[in-house]
Ligand binder design. Structure first.
Ligand code: NDP
Ligand code: HSE
Length: 415
């Protein structure tokens, strides 16, 4: 029998517990120790526990460190593990998006692999396919639904008419949400994931500060209802697009035409769409979060290392990271989009004319405009525009709101 692969796990929450369960069928993988924060918490699985991460990363018996704790606090322990020549498997998108450059440089120096299939789109195999089967492509776009929690919330608010708060609580119960769900609902999680994807799709390092990010917390039940009437679903979309020599990378909600397949992605399902040559268009869909789908990806990475372990070259060459040039990123103000505007206006003559004039001044063409009923003082006006520059839209809104007779309650870009 071949030598057992000995692993140490950091974290035994939703994902860690799933990983332990999945690995239990492999006699040739031994979990030496698992680090947790709270040793007295009741656990679903039995493994040797410690509350000292360094006892894992410094343990000479351990070959692979599996990090499923989350957050950037694990950076130093993982650097220590790499310096101790251990391979790393991680589901931690925040860590990779913020500190990937440093970690991958170190891994290259020490000849170890960092595998992270679970960090993007949970159970969907996407990192490995981009780095191997799709390696021959020049990509122009990667886009999709990369956060299960927000897609679950938007789906349930629409289909079951459940409040935002209740949908979020359910997503937390189901193990989809981050320890602090602000990361999900404010778009940070999807931003980390699109940064990781853009990095490998375009072979460039990505500056997180240059990614435009907006979450779903401003989306109301009324926006979802009106979008539905107009033939759209609202989705949190993450995208990275080639614009000449620059990359346009952003995360924000979008109205997605119901005719597009991505509008059909429901609950915690994720979708990743790629457009490149020679493959043309491909879309991957599957479970984007949760115990077992995520454990599937983590276990796959462990098994990939197991298959190569002990060979003369232990680093998986196609999975390593060899680029070090930073991308030039387009600012959101210089992007072109179509827009949905939800406007509350004073219920008096001339308001539509004022809106028309403001749009005309900035060259914004209106596709359609609907008045959604009035009460005594106010009218609700919905506008969908043709494509225009974000900076022109910003200036138009500023002008429209100047005399306080109209307020743009929400501005959502349209796919
Ligand atoms: P949980 O909050 O459920 O679990 C986190 C685990 O890490 C807990 O067991 C916690 O210990 C442990 N932990 C936290 N800090 C420390 C520390 N300093 N020392 C030792 N142990 C620590 O998170 P998830 O399992 O949901 O997520 C883990 C990682 O996987 C994150 O990076 C997340 O982004 C990522 N991920 C999660 C997915 C999901 O669907 N949940 C999907 C894809 C990726 P204790 O139990 O004692 O509190
Ligand atoms: N919180 C994340 C989500 C987990 O909801 O998508 C998967 O990365």
């Amino acid at each position: 029998m071949s030598k057992k692969l000995k692993i140490g796990i950091i974290g035994l929450g939703t994902v860690g517990t799933g990983v332990v369960k999945v690995l239990s069928k492999y006699d040739d993988i031994e979990i030496v120790s698992c680090a947790v924060k709270n040793l007295s918490k009741k656990r679903e699985v039995e493994v040797p526990l410690t509350d000292d991460i360094y006892s894992i990363v410094n343990n000479p018996e351990i070959d692979v460190v599996v990090e499923v704790a989350g957050g950037v606090g694990v950076l130093e322990p993982l650097k220590c593990a790499i310096k101790n020549n251990k391979h790393i498997v991680t589901a931690n998108k925040e860590l990779l998006a913020r500190h990937g450059a440093e970690l991958f440089d170190l891994a290259r120096e020490y000849g170890v692999s960092i595998l992270y299939e679970a960090a993007v789109a949970g159970g969907i195999p996407i990192i490995m396919p981009i780095k191997t089967s799709l390696k021959a492509n020049d990509f122009e776009l990667v886009a999709g639904i990369l956060n299960g929690t927000t897609n679950y919330i938007l789906t349930k608010m629409e289909s079951d008419k459940i409040s935002y708060e209740e949908c979020l609580a359910r997503a937390q119960e189901l193990g989809y949400a981050e320890t602090d769900p602000t990361g999900d609902v404010e778009g940070f999680d999807a931003m980390y994931k699109i940064a990781i994807l853009a990095n490998i799709v375009f072979n460039k390092r990505i500056n997180l500060n240059d990614i435009y990010r907006e979450g779903i917390t401003k989306i109301t039940a009324q926006d979802i209802e009106i979008a539905d009437e107009l033939g759209y679903k609202i989705k949190l979309i993450a995208m990275a697009k080639k614009e000449g020599d620059e990359l346009d990378i952003r995360v924000h909600p979008m109205l997605v035409d119901k005719k597009l397949p991505i509008s059909e992605i429901k609950n915690a399902t994720n979708a990743v769409f790629l457009k490149g040559h020679p493959v043309d268009r491909v879309m991957f869909t599957g479970p984007g979060a949760g115990e077992f789908p995520t454990a599937s990806s983590v276990a796959g990475d462990i098994l990939a290392i197991k298959a190569e372990y002990g060979k003369c070259e232990t680093i998986l060459p196609m999975m390593s990271c060899n680029h070090n040039i930073y991308a030039r990123q387009v600012g959101i103000e210089n992007t072109k989009n179509c827009y949905y505007l939800s406007i509350t206006a004073s219920n008096k003559p001339g308001i539509i004319g004022k809106l028309g004039n403001a749009c005309a001044k900035y060259g914004i063409n209106i596709s359609y405009i609907i008045q959604k009923g009035t009460n005594h003082d106010n009218a609700k006006i919905i506008v969908v525009t043709e494509e225009c520059y974000e900076k022109d839209m910003t200036n138009m809104i500023k002008e429209l709101e100047e005399d306080k007779t109209a307020k743009v309650e929400n501005k959502i870009r349209v796919m």
